[in-house]
Design a protein around this ligand. Sequence first.
Ligand SMILES: N[C@@H](CCC(=O)N[C@@H](CS)C(=O)NCC(=O)O)C(=O)O
Length: 218
Amino acid sequence: MADFELIIGNKKYSSWSMRPWIAMKVFDIPFVETLVRFDHADPENHNPHFKDVSPARKVPTLRQGGLKIWDSLAILEYLAEIYPDRRWWPGNRDARAHARSISNEMHSGFFALRDECPMNMARKVSAVKLSKDAKKDVARVEEIWRDCLSTSGGPFLFGKFTIADAMFAPVVNRFEKYEASDCKDAKKYMASIKSLDAWKDWERDGISEPWIVEIAEK
Ligand SMILES: N[C@@H](CCC(=O)N[C@@H](CS)C(=O)NCC(=O)O)C(=O)O
């Protein structure tokens, strides 16, 4: 089955788009990519160009024929159903429950970290002063990663790459570009993510984009 279209935002900034994109590359799922640029001219009404993309007016969206699936985690769960032969989640049930817990924790939280350190593939590395809440987010991510890696032995959270790694991949950029973490285990995990061809391709494309979105430049 190869009739997928993944609609994404700017690779420089769109952390939610990166999640299914990177997983689809790692799991070798063929797809056509359509980039719809961010446009913040009318922030009240979302990006006018996203109107036809998804009912939520957000990216990413996966299209397959007449079917539209929006939201990063819904896309990943759908792909896991379509390609059950790939190891999208850990094989062990307890580990799978753990992977789903942390993926959903990422999906529904870490607002301070996201707000204060927006993903930006082209940002010059330099530290910013983080709020108390953002520091708590950083500490919690470090704890999640340490916990998973000490059990699995790495190099990814559950040994091999899974959806959980895709969900945390944008944090690797945030930690790096804003010098947000000094944790040795985190740095080791970040190096594993950054060694993926899929990461390198996304990063290269993001860096070469000419468009600047002011509100994401911090
Ligand atoms: N929960 C959604 C979040 C999607 C989201 O917020 N996407 C951002 C881009 S990274 C977006 O489309 N923002 C446009 C807007 O809010 O106008 C997901 O997991 O896909």
